[in-house]
Design a protein. Structure first.
Length: 129
């Protein structure tokens, strides 16, 4: 299995460069499946929000396409939940959603922080230090 970079994902999702988008389509068809690191999600969010000026809803919609695709190998159950929380809680960063939900998935009893806003928004699993 091969790993793919954020720029490959960006071309596949955004399709703003026809030539590269077709190259990515061909690559994914040949690979059948490719590993996507968790870091790619954060890089894509940053690119989409800062360069393409996408809303959270649009970012979530694009990343949801990755979760729904058979081309990509990553923890789809975790990322499905992260994207759901990310959309529901406008004040939370994707990184905060990831930190809390990945700790929960690993069976940790709670996520401890000084961030009062995070604890208020996700009180079932976040506790203040």
């Amino acid at each position: 299995m091969k790993s793919i970079d954020t720029n490959i994902i960006a071309r596949w999702l955004i399709r703003d460069d026809d030539i590269q988008a077709k190259q990515v389509d061909s690559l994914l068809k040949d690979l059948k499946t490719a590993y996507v690191s968790d870091v790619v999600f954060f890089e894509f969010e940053h690119l989409a929000r800062s360069y393409y000026m996408m809303s959270r809803e649009m970012v979530q919609e694009h990343l949801r396409s990755m979760v729904d695709s058979s081309y990509f190998n990553f923890n789809k159950a975790l990322w499905s939940e992260i994207l759901k929380i990310y959309l529901q809680h406008q004040g939370l960063s994707m990184a905060d959603c990831y930190l809390v939900l990945s700790a929960r998935e690993r069976g940790h009893e709670s996520f401890v922080t000084f961030d009062r806003s995070l604890a208020r928004k996700l009180p079932k699993f976040v506790e203040l230090a």
